[in-house]
Design a protein. Structure first.
Length: 439
């Protein structure tokens, strides 16, 4: 019996399903890690993998990045959390606000979910309105409001022109559903028609500019323009969820759009491998979080918010994610995409690669799905092919996100990219008979 199998059998007795998060579940059992360094993960049975997940986009410099390890080790000797302020949280906030001009102030929390939750509540407090709008199928963390219509299906999603607000968890209160408006991603005309019905009640429009669960096709400029103009006309806040996409460019995905959001939620890479989240925006809006302000409307705190471990690791991570490193990672990503497209052509299968900047998602179809409903139908038709592809990658020492998304790290070289392309060529040959037409 492998050690991973032995550990899973132990886990089944004390953890629901033997897991603490669904992402690690695999057949016949999860893989358990013994150690990780750089781009390499070694499991408890001694097998090595090249990690193209990097804990779902949170490790921009790979595992156990030496400058972060050194800095955090020194901080550990001084303490891990206090009910007092630290200089490092000021330094990190100064770094983020200097990096992105529209980030005039920052409030740190403990996860991407918390950051989105804080952003939604801040928007409500600032506008004194109850409702938000979000794209159908978009993932924004584990918060009731943000989860609405995260994973609807043909039996409950309603018409395309008027999507239903569908609960993610059974028992979600009707009051939550009634305060979330759902629209089709990248369809400006339909979205504006839907929003017009709620213009006096909406506090915020929540947008992931490159939504993972909606095929990872970037938001079109005319779509963002239309949403931005509508928000300004009706005093609604435009909120970007950049928990994943902040790695896209030096200033995040929003760097690629001429119009900017009012508020941005951050997480993952800004923690340097430790739990973190952040809300950033203009001083005017962020002032509602200021207990000394006459505009104070939202008391936000947290026992581990801005703890010195996450602040130290995050500051080092972002200091080292320079424009030069961003460009380097973009080049590696483009090399991977070019080679993968060539591999698909040689095998004779249609594929699409979506994403932006420093990550991409692979589809066994061309063109790629353009909105959630198309993505859903594609995934349902190709469940077997996607599972076989992931299994093949794992068997051949490649870790990918379960949607066949790849998140390279700055410690990778062309050698790791070439190995990925080599394995994917074999994977294409393996799954070709399983690929199904879905349109």
């Amino acid at each position: 019996m492998s050690k991973s199998k032995f550990l899973y059998e132990r886990a089944l007795h004390v953890l629901p399903g033997g897991i603490s998060r669904n992402l690690i579940l695999r057949d016949p059992h999860p893989v358990y890690v013994a150690k990780a360094s750089g781009f390499t993960v070694t499991d408890v049975d001694g097998k090595n993998y090249i990690d193209f997940s990097n804990n779902v986009a949170s490790l921009i410099h790979g595992h156990a990045y030496p400058p972060i390890v050194e800095a955090v080790t020194e901080q550990l000797k001084k303490g891990t959390a206090y009910m007092l302020g630290t200089e490092i949280e000021i330094e990190f906030a100064e770094l983020l606000t200097s990096r992105v001009p529209q980030f005039e102030q920052v409030r740190f929390v403990n996860s991407g979910t918390e950051a989105v939750m804080a952003m939604v509540k801040a928007a409500r407090a600032f506008t004194n309105r109850p409702m938000i709008a979000k794209a159908e199928g978009a993932y924004h963390g584990s918060y009731d409001t943000a989860e609405v219509s995260q994973d609807p299906n043909p039996d409950n999603w309603g018409s395309y022109n008027n999507p239903k607000s569908v609960p993610h968890v059974v028992g979600t209160p009707d009051g939550v559903l009634n305060n979330v408006v759902v629209f089709p991603f990248n369809d400006a005309q339909t979205t504006i028609q839907i929003l017009n019905n709620y213009k006096d009640k909406l506090a915020a429009i929540l947008i992931d500019p490159v939504p993972h669960r909606i095929s990872m096709v970037p938001a079109q400029r005319d779509f963002i323009y239309a949403i931005y103009d509508w928000c300004k006309a009706h005093n609604v806040l435009l909120c970007f969820d950049e928990v994943v996409t902040f790695r896209c460019d030096f200033q995040g995905a929003q760097e690629n759009y001429p119009v900017k959001p009012d508020l941005t939620s951050l997480g993952k890479i800004i923690g340097g491998g430790f739990p973190i989240g952040a809300l950033a925006g203009s001083k005017k809006i962020m002032d509602i979080l200021n207990p000394r302000s006459t505009n104070y409307r939202y008391a936000l705190s947290g026992t581990f918010s801005a703890n010195p471990i996450s602040m130290t690791a995050g500051k080092i991570a972002m200091e080292h994610y320079t424009q030069e490193k961003v460009n380097y990672l973009k080049a590696l990503t483009e090399r991977a995409k070019t080679q993968i497209l060539d591999a698909a052509k040689s095998v004779g299968i249609p594929i699409s690669l979506t994403g932006m900047g420093t990550f991409f998602r692979l589809f066994f179809t061309h063109p790629a799905p353009q909105h959630y409903r198309e993505t859903y139908l594609y995934e349902q038709a190709n469940k077997q092919a996607i599972k076989a592809a992931l299994d093949y990658l794992y068997e051949n020492g490649i870790i990918a996100i379960n949607s066949l998304t790849f998140m390279p790290s700055t410690v990778m070289t062309e050698k790791e990219i070439d190995r990925l392309s080599e394995v994917i060529l074999g994977m294409f040959k393996h799954v070709k008979p399983l690929i199904k037409e879905w349109r």
